[in-house]
Ligand binder design. Sequence first.
Ligand SMILES: *Cc1c(COP(=O)(O)O)cnc(C)c1O
Length: 449
Amino acid sequence: MNKNQLQQHDRDHLLHPFTDFHDLGKQGTRVITSAEGPYITDIDGHTMLDGMSGLWCCNLGYSRREISEAIYEQLNKLPFYNSFFQCTTVPSIELADLLSEVTPAGMNNVFFTGSGSEANDTNLRIIRRYWDLKDQPQKRIVISRQNAYHGSTIGGASLGGMSGMHKQFQALDYIEHIQQPYWFGEGGDMSPEEFGVYAARCLDEKIQELGPEKVAAFIAEPIQGAGGVIIPPETYWPEVKKVLDQYDILLVMDEVIFGFGRTGEWFGADYYGMKPDLMTFAKAVTNGYFPLGGTMVSDRVAEVIKAKGGEFTHGYTYSAHPAACMAGIVTLNILRNEKIIENVRDVTGPYLAKRWAELSDHPIVGEARTLGLVGALELVKDKGSRARFDDDCTAGAVCRDMSIKNGLVMRATGDTMIIAPPLILDTAHIDELVDKAHRALDETAKAMA
Ligand SMILES: *Cc1c(COP(=O)(O)O)cnc(C)c1O
């Protein structure tokens, strides 16, 4: 099939995730056909630096044959076996060992799933099981944050705090949402430091309002990813820690994006010095080569759910799929052996911070922020008042299209441009990324004038 035929068949038969079907029908999809290193190429032969690592997952880029070969070998040896009914497979044991080594101290058990959404559903099941076994069945409520993203199953989307999603399904009734630590968008006249403390105190207020004896857990991404790369003010996590220390409430950190090196530490929890009870992972654990997710379970929780008898009536057919686990083993070994995360911390993270900050001088940029290898640009009409161009977020969509045309994949979340490039970028790639982003900003300014 040629490009037009592919687009027609796509329109006729494929319902895409998070897509306006009507718009898609008009414009036609971009058909991505190949990839190499940190670059992707479409069917027209247009090559782009992938500033989003696929969908926050291909952190080692697209050319790691060790991963695909390990998957292939595993598929030939033992393509599938489940881990139900007292069975197990060698790759699942090896990956569980490795994960226990690289995750924060005190996290030594894993429950495997097929995705991040499933893992957050698993978290809901583990949280309830834990409090039931602790004879505190009244602890049922989970607190999350507005504009959080925790996946797209009913459980994941209920935990998430995206209003557009909540309009299209009925959320679970035991999940509450509080203020997000989004200073640029919602900080008003407060300084970032004041606002960070304020947003953390909102957790305390909510716990007191609900009654601490009814609150089971608090879930949060270390940094909100899909919400717009919202890096909380430095005061936020220390204050959250103080709040949680006062109460007997589980902390779930959703590390689906920030796990495996994006901050320059292995996990966001390491970066912020937090001690989660449960930690969701997915995406980059296999470098995107095979679907796999899971939740890391702290010793505190694992001891309770392992010690008392009775079956945990939960699991997925593809929990601990052997080929997925092989992909995870090879990915983690590459991260370790090639010191990729140390390089983000010491070299490319600081370099991106320096170069990206230059974009804050651009007339339509209200804020340019980075941490490790993520970044965001807030597009504004007026820098002083942080006023946006319009209510439809036209500027974000224009900037994304200009960027793609210039050979850089940036994503738009409203009028916030975001990047999360592969962790293998070198400084020359970062120069290319920033220069292309700059050009996209110039063209956006022109188009919006
Ligand atoms: C992507 C994402 C999820 C959902 O993962 P899926 O594999 O798409 O189900 C959950 N939490 C966060 C923070 C994510 O970014």
